[in-house]
Write a protein of this length. Structure first.
Length: 65
């Protein structure tokens, strides 16, 4: 998916993008909403946040926050 305006499936790039966007958001709900606009679905799981690609909801991985 897109992270920093480039198509990537590299979890390191995706993680960096998600963390940078989280810093711009006031709440976790706002962050999840913003990420849906970029094509990512975020879901809290034990140990972090599961990142899935939309619309297929195929899981890319989990990041720790």
């Amino acid at each position: 998916m897109f992270a920093e305006n480039k198509l990537t499936e590299d979890m390191n790039d995706v993680r960096d993008f998600l963390i940078n966007e989280r810093a711009k958001s006031l709440t976790e709900a706002e962050w999840r909403f913003r990420m849906r606009g970029y094509g990512y679905n975020l879901r809290r799981v034990e140990g972090g946040v599961e990142v899935a690609r939309l619309p297929q909801k195929s899981v890319l991985g989990t990041i720790e926050l």
